[in-house]
Design a protein around this ligand. Sequence first.
Ligand code: NIG
Ligand code: FE
Length: 417
Amino acid sequence: MEQFIFVDAAQIVTCEGPARSRRGAEMSDAGVQTDAAVVIEGERIVAVGAQPHLERDFPAATRIDCSHAVITPGLVDSHTHAIFGRARYEEQEQRAAGAGYMEIAARGGGIHSSVADLRKRTEDELYDLALPRLLRLASYGSTTIEIKSGYGLSVEDELKSLRVVARLAATVPMRLVPTWLGAHEIPLDYRDTSQRRGDYISMLLNELLPIVATEKLAHFADVFCEPGVFTIDETRTILSASRRAGLGLKLHADELEPHGGAELAVELQAVSADHLAAVSAAGIGALAGSATVATLLPGTMMFLGKHNQAPARSLIDAGAAVALATDFNPGTSPTFNFPLILTLGVSQLRMTVAEALTAATANGAAALGLAGETGQIAPGYSADLAIFDADDAREIPYWYGDRRCRSTWARGKPCHA
Ligand code: NIG
Ligand code: FE
């Protein structure tokens, strides 16, 4: 099997450590090495450490010059909604003029307009739209990408979305993790009477979930648990059934208003609770005492024009495991740029650079149940690397909005160079 040795890097951010999330103070150690090299063979990392030793031990390895570069684990984007049709740029101006996110949704825009659009498209069309988006995400450093359904909201259209993810996963070098978000909204065609709400949830659980589970189309189930969308009780019902069907659990929790979403995530032992911009003190305490990863999405709050952000400092100081992700989607976070999310992590969420890098790698992996597979540069881990034009890791969030990523390698294959 071909070996590669990545040499002469200014720094290697290894995030090396146990195969679990980094909590609280553990997040401040990103395992930065200097005068070090990385060796990969096939799909795996075989060694990281002092360059002269590795050059001696692996003389036949093909050399990859990484001078004036910082190598990190391939970034793990643990929260995206990358399967959608058209962009929704019109809503940005509507919000600028004063319309709220929920208000736009209430008049049939927002998620509903993406649903109407996706339903008209074929699987091939959605595949062709998503493929360049995923390559664009990789061009900024992401090598593992979670992708949610949630713009279909019918049996046929949710399955169509998840099948597109399966086809993409078989094509691109990046690792894709499918999540079923059938409970993203109550679709407009189920809103004529209040009883129809229950009908939609029954459809999700009795018709759609069995197919998603049998055909193994998703690793996780997610619910948009928010006042005005799915209640705490509905979320508990949907996620409990999903767990019985063999899926891991995620929640969109306490994004806009505090209402116990974080506490529910902990109660259900979800792998992650995501958003949390409005999490309560009780929610912070619950997350800190649990294995549930707090996944923060600061790009979303910035893009929505909000002035509040998730309390990353309180979460970390309380001992929680925090991940960062893009929330890439057409409504609230149309960015491919994960390093920009690191910038927001540092400048808006007041994380250190080491904490932000840990959040985007080891903790992103933990939020996908992949802590033993990716998110670290350590022997035995997947050969997932991101190489940035920088002499110091702190430059990655510093040159904000820039694309400094020189190349990314996923499972030992270059996916962008
Ligand atoms: O994570 N909050 C719910 N879902 C997405 C946005 C979906 C949309 O507006 O299209 C989010 O922000
Ligand atoms: Fe989201």
